[in-house]
Design a binder for this molecule. Structure first.
Ligand code: R5P
Length: 290
């Protein structure tokens, strides 16, 4: 056998290029977890644009998502992750490699019941998530509401099984209409979700958001909430990114826009390229006027 000594260079004296991992709080996670997080968060910015269209699971088809097969697929080139229910993906979304896939795996009570005491249940098991090649599993948590304990149990169980199979868990802060959307609440809620296993936390923007982000050991992405004028939605996204958010998980402010493709691209410029709201609004206008 030939002596290969001197032929191969294993660079034993060269420091490893990657000493950690670019997604916050994920440096010590398993290879598969990091790979899936890498499908969601872009290395160049460390951030993500998630497009949420899971509203129908509690609201029905009343939110401009009457025909998901027509509304969502055209936006796929402009976002990093799609977030929806497994049934809708199977029915309406082509199974392409990109963008990443975040499955909402829990059910909750509907808007007809509006019952925060339920806490939800599991609608999609781990086998289904694996079969669909999910990059992430989302669980809604009702911090401060009667369903808190039940929803945290679902989060912790999901996070544990996610660790076992290498699929990250997104904890979603559900804010009831009578609850206060302030720094004190989100400081507590985001930290509680992270400490109960969430690898990513979805929250809302608030005053003092930079402290909320700082105290949360995993990336925070912000929901958009009800439709705002486009410039206002871009301003909120800009402030959130500037304060340390690692992206958005936005729905209505994209798909209810009069130019959803323009809005998705403008949000991407804020999230990944450091655009101000005014600069990104020009992108939106340019796409809209094409
Ligand atoms: C929250 O749990 C909802 O199901 C949506 O995913 C979330 O509210 C994000 O959508 P939007 O930006 O429309 O608020």
């Amino acid at each position: 056998m030939a002596d290969n000594k001197g032929v191969h260079d294993f660079h034993v004296n060269t420091k490893e290029a990657a000493q950690g991992f670019y997604v916050k709080g994920a440096a010590h996670l398993d290879w598969g977890m990091q790979r899936r997080l890498g499908h969601m968060f872009q290395p160049k910015s460390g951030n993500t644009v998630m497009l949420a269209f899971d509203h129908g699971y509690i609201m029905g088809p009343t939110t401009w998502l009457e025909r998901i097969d027509l509304v969502i697929p055209p936006l796929m080139p402009y976002v990093d992750v799609l977030m929806g229910t497994p049934s809708i993906f199977r029915a309406d979304i082509p199974p392409e490699e990109r963008p990443g896939l975040c499955l909402r795996i829990t059910y909750d009570s509907t808007v007809l019941n509006d019952d925060l005491s339920c806490g939800g249940g599991i609608a999609c098991d781990i086998e289904s998530a694996i079969r669909m090649d999910a990059d992430c599993m989302a669980v809604q948590c009702f911090i401060g509401a009667p369903g808190e304990s039940r929803s945290l149990e679902l989060l912790a169980r999901t996070a544990n099984v996610g660790l076992k199979y290498g699929i990250p868990t997104l904890g979603v802060t559900a804010v009831g209409k009578d609850m206060v959307h302030d720094e004190k609440y989100f400081l507590l809620a985001t930290r509680v979700l992270a400490e109960n296993g969430a690898n990513i936390v979805k929250s809302y923007y608030c005053d003092g958001f930079e402290r909320v982000v700082s105290a949360c050991p995993v990336p925070i992405v912000i929901a958009g909430g009800k439709k705002l004028p486009e410039l206002d939605a871009l301003e909120m996204a800009y402030r959130a990114i500037n304060d340390g958010a690692h992206g958005v998980d936005m729905g209505r402010n994209i798909f209810q826009s009069d130019c959803p493709a323009g809005m998705a691209q403008a949000i991407g410029k804020v999230v990944h390229d450091g655009y101000t709201a005014a600069q990104a609004y020009e992108v939106y206008e340019e796409v809209r006027n094409r």
